[in-house]
Design a protein around this ligand. Sequence first.
Ligand SMILES: N[C@@H](CCC(=O)N[C@@H](CS)C(=O)NCC(=O)O)C(=O)O
Length: 208
Amino acid sequence: MKIELHTWNTPNGRKISVALEEMGLGYSVHPVNISKGEQFNPAFLRISPNNRIPAIVDPDGPDGAPISVFESGAILLYLGRKTGQFLPADPRAQVPVLEWLMWQMGGFGPMPGQVHHFLQVENEADRRYGLERYSKETRRLYGVADRRLAEAEFFAGALSIADFAILGWAWRHERHQVNLDDFPNVKRWYETMLARPAVQRGLDVALS
Ligand SMILES: N[C@@H](CCC(=O)N[C@@H](CS)C(=O)NCC(=O)O)C(=O)O
């Protein structure tokens, strides 16, 4: 049976469709229209109590019984462990995957997400401080990524779930007003990722 992907067409949603495609797992898309408040439906809250997409339901959980998972980082770790792909079992090799996954979850997502928010604020006085603060922090994070990718092909060395997490947000670089020409190593990595057929399928699949 297929994994249910409860999601919407957003950076956090795209991380999981890309990972599912890369791992070759069958899945069905269950759109949750967050602009209409469907994330507050009681049935969705039962699998995602923080009223955020994405969430998955795997009918074939670790013990054979169904399991649901919310939070995109937890979903990526779950899928990596389930398939043994893009998450090395060796503890030393796993550390950079966890580091860059947490780096994304804690910063390279929340910060550009705030840029997206403040860009929509119409009152200039309300907008200015937030936009300046979060744009600066977003650019700092792109700089961190650029330095990392000067020394490694992918964030954790080999392609991993951390790349899928980071790609979800890099995919929206134009929306948070970052020009990848300013970050040539990120640009090289981004183009490498987009050239992967499974990544393309994960970015193209209809989620809404
Ligand atoms: N930390 C969460 C964040 C998820 C998140 O912010 N999802 C947004 C869309 S990208 C959402 O569902 N927003 C609905 C809302 O704010 O009510 C994750 O990575 O899964």
